[in-house]
Design a protein around this ligand. Structure first.
Ligand SMILES: Nc1nc2c(ncn2[C@@H]2O[C@H](COP(=O)(O)OP(=O)(O)OP(=O)(O)O)[C@@H](O)[C@H]2O)c(=O)[nH]1
Ligand SMILES: [Mg+2]
Length: 591
């Protein structure tokens, strides 16, 4: 039978980094506590033998508080493990050793891995590994997991492990005093100086906004040209395909080329470039350790809305994917606050909606100097409005249906760590670009076929798409949209990436446009179909505030285990979106 090995330890000690090094998998890593919120397993192959390695969420003690900690402790206590590897952070062994000694008292199949030794060395901390092993009565392996040092030794130890360890009878404090030597002058001085600025009451929030705006500006400025190039490239391929299959039947020419291929090429050329630029930049902040600082800066504002400031971390995850954002709320200890975080996560634009916002702002803010700066400011304002709506909805929920005591919690500020550029690029390609391309094939391609069929199947000389759009049109107009836009939001429910490409597909039939040289050129197509700046603003508002995509809804159902809260997560953002769109439409028309 395959032997099971568990990786446990305090949060942010490098468990997932070690897991990835042992198994070759790609678990999410980053410099903040609480990234791994569920057990993840992978196979380690070593000397013709296989071991099942499980990466557990971080825990501080064997008394769990939050959902993710409960999962880890349950797994640890279940007794399924052949071996437990306790991963310790060498830079804060005083605290990490408390858990290690607790586990060695409870279990006899333990080895200890002292990780982050490179950082400890820089901070003037040295660890007597032999003495630590003797006091803990277990084997201790020193590692620098990020650079792969010590991983082979750890594999060898897992492979050859056969004898039980003794029961540790020293206190964590005693072990720490005997095995760890530190030069107090070096510790944390640099980090504290940086924190004094980045988390200061005066500069903290302005610096945060400036950073967000800068990242968006780089994204917008950089995405325009690749979008045009990709569109041109796909346009040429489409022309070639249409000529090549000139005599083929309508299914190949129409359904496959004008339907499936064209939607795919829209998704890739309009949606991919902003994501390919934004997410590596965002990952730099994540690896640097800036995300918990954002939560720290926002803490007092969140408290006013009776919300948990760890919500900021799940909101940041929601910026990439709302389903991931919903899962990451497991780090929130209180059930009611977690529910609030789940319901409001959708107000953070995910990959797909984020690119839609950039595209719409780019299309309608043109002319004059500093266009990309203006567009960046508009998208920043859109994201901030999402944060504001999160506050308002959290406040209302926490004072009505989800009333309860506000919980206290520990938010760790990790040390600043230099990001690794190559690792970030590799991760962005794997987690974002491949993900978008996969979604393009899995969701956009079938949606393209559906749209083409709706556009080409007629009843009484009117296409099915026109029927649906006409039916929705009066209500959509009240919201400042049109029937086609609302239809695209409904058909785009499986994935937000396809909403704008569907709108474009609906309009291209009349104009025949299949390629563009820059994002702003798309404005011509939209204006020709009756769009004004009011339509763009209302579409942006509805894009930011509408029902979660199908994957997010399924995740909400799984995480809450309740149909009632899943329906609430659908109705609340959609209701907010409809009200805001109608209000914006009326006000802007009066101006
Ligand atoms: N300098 C240095 N950084 C490391 C080392 N090991 C991990 N890291 C970094 O430490 C951070 C945390 O690593 P993770 O593997 O995500 O930690 P984790 O224990 O899985 O964290 P949670 O899942 O949140 O509990 C990441 O930024 C890693 O790149 C190391 O040996 N040296
Ligand atoms: Mg982890």
């Amino acid at each position: 039978m395959i032997k099971k090995v568990l990786l446990v330890g305090n949060p942010n000690t490098g468990k997932s980094t070690i897991f990835n090094a042992l198994t070759g998998k790609h678990q999410h890593t980053g410099n903040w506590s609480g990234k791994t919120v569920g057990n993840a397993s992978g196979i380690m192959k070593y000397k013709n033998r296989e071991f099942e390695i499980t990466d557990l969420p971080g825990i501080y003690s064997l008394d769990p508080i939050s959902e993710d900690e409960k999962q880890a402790v349950d797994c640890l206590k279940s007794g399924i493990a052949h071996l437990i590897v306790v991963v310790l952070d060498a830079t804060c062994l005083e605290r990490n050793l408390i858990l290690a000694s607790e586990i060695t008292k409870l279990c006899t199949n333990v080895i200890v891995c002292v990780n982050l030794l490179d950082e400890a060395e820089k901070k003037g901390i040295s660890v007597d590994i032999d003495k630590l092993g003797k006091m803990l009565k277990t084997k201790v392996i020193p590692t620098k997991a990020r650079s792969g040092i010590g991983i082979r030794e750890l594999k060898e130890e897992i492979y050859s492990y056969n004898k039980k360890c003794g029961c540790c009878c020293c206190s964590a404090d005693c072990i720490y005093r005997n095995c760890v030597y530190s030069d107090q002058d070096i510790i944390n001085n640099k980090d504290r100086k940086i924190d004094r600025i980045l988390t200061s009451r005066i500069f903290g929030i302005p610096i945060m906004l400036l950073l967000l705006c800068c990242i968006l500006w780089i994204t917008i400025w950089g995405a325009n040209y690749p979008s045009g190039i990709l569109s041109h490239f796909f346009g040429r391929i489409e022309e070639f395909l249409l000529i090549y299959f000139e005599d083929s039947n309508i299914l190949i020419r129409g359904l496959l080329i004008e339907g499936v291929f064209r939607t795919l090429s829209w998704v890739v050329s309009v949606m991919l470039p902003p994501m390919a630029i934004f997410f590596p930049l965002f990952t730099i902040l994540e690896d640097l350790g800036y995300l918990p600082r954002i939560a720290f800066n926002m803490d007092h504002i969140f408290k006013k809305a009776n919300a948990h400031s760890k919500m900021i971390l799940s909101m940041c995850m929601g910026l990439g994917c709302n389903a991931a954002g919903v899962i990451s709320t497991r780090i929130i200890e209180s059930k009611k606050e977690r529910l609030i975080a789940i319901i409001t996560n959708n107000f953070m634009p995910c990959n797909g909606r984020f690119s839609s916002l950039i595209m719409l702002a780019t299309v309608f803010i043109s002319g004059g100097m500093l266009v990309s700066v203006k567009v960046a400011l508009a998208v920043t304002a859109a994201i901030l409005s999402g944060v504001l709506i999160t506050f308002i909805v959290s406040y209302i929920l926490s004072n009505t249906v989800l009333k309860g005591e506000q919980s206290s919690f520990v938010l760790e500020l990790p040390p600043y760590r230099a990001p690794q550029p190559m690792a970030i690029i590799r991760r962005s390609i794997r987690e974002r670009i491949v993900y978008v391309l996969f979604r393009a094939v899995a969701v956009a391609a079938p949606a393209g076929a559906v749209i083409w069929l709706l556009q080409n199947v007629s009843y009484n000389d009117i296409t099915l798409l026109a029927y649906i759009a006409d039916f929705l049109d009066p209500f959509a107009r009240l919201m400042g949209l049109d029937g086609y836009i609302l239809t695209a939001f409904i058909i785009g429910m499986p994935a937000n990436e396809i909403v704008i490409p569907i709108v474009l597909m609906c309009y291209t039939r009349s104009s025949g446009l299949i390629e563009f040289n820059s994002l702003s050129e798309l404005g011509e197509l939209l204006r020709a179909n009756g769009w004004t700046y009011i339509t763009a603003i209302c579409t942006m508002i509805f894009s930011l505030n509408h029902f979660p995509c199908a994957t997010s809804l399924l995740t909400i159902k799984k995480e809450t285990g309740s149909m009632k809260w899943t329906v609430a997560s659908f109705v609340i953002p959609t209701g907010v979106g409809i009200i805001l769109c109608i209000a914006a439409n009326c006000i802007l028309k009066l101006l």
